[in-house]
Ligand binder design. Structure first.
Ligand code: ZN
Length: 192
């Protein structure tokens, strides 16, 4: 007899096993708490407020991985050992069900420790990369392979302009193109 997924979940829940999405979490015997409750207990809903993103972040207060993402331990059906999944993924799936295959969950707030479902959206790897570029995680300044300026140089040029020097003169002196220097000082090197 094959059970419908819904019926399987209902029976699992009756045995004290929590099922949602592709994951199962076994509640520790010492606790009668709902595993979902265990998860949300580790969430601080008064996290930082990120401009342009609705509401403040919900910060995961449990363990994190090397990239700053929250970790949550789950049991997966058919696997003996428990394993860690990313906390924001668990949170999103609590509300929305499983993340579609080949999709990533992207943070609108760019805060890896945030698990607020409303701050997450599924996206492709390509969108993930585009997000990184937009937020400036790509190499900048002299870390760019073809950089012709250095951070020190840009800083000193800015200082000289601030004390009255003319940018065109500095460009001539450094034997660099005026426009590239202008762009570097005013636009491209804002991180310096
Ligand atoms: Zn957030």
């Amino acid at each position: 007899m094959t059970l419908s997924p819904k019926e399987e979940r209902r029976r699992a829940r009756r045995r004290g096993i929590y099922v949602r999405g592709p994951y199962v979490r076994v509640a520790p015997p010492a606790s009668c708490k709902d595993p979902s409750e265990l998860f949300w207990e580790k969430v601080d809903k008064n996290g930082p407020k990120v401009p342009g993103v609705l509401g403040c972040c919900w910060t995961w207060t449990g363990g994190r991985d090397k990239d700053g993402y929250g970790k949550f331990q789950v049991s997966v059906p058919g696997e003996d050992k428990q394993r860690h999944i990313r906390a924001h993924r668990f949170a999103w799936e609590e509300v929305n069900g499983p993340v579609p295959a080949d999709f990533y969950l992207l943070h609108r707030c760019d805060n890896p420790a945030c698990v607020r479902p409303g701050h997450l959206r599924p996206g492709t790897q390509k969108q993930n990369r585009e997000d990184c570029v937009r937020r400036g995680r790509e190499p900048r300044g002299s870390k760019k392979p073809n950089a012709i300026f250095t951070e020190e140089l840009i800083r000193s040029v800015r200082d000289r302009v601030a004390s009255g020097a003319v940018l065109a003169d500095i460009a001539r002196e450094l034997k660099v193109n005026y426009l590239s220097l202008h762009n570097a000082v005013t636009k491209n090197w804002r991180h310096v």
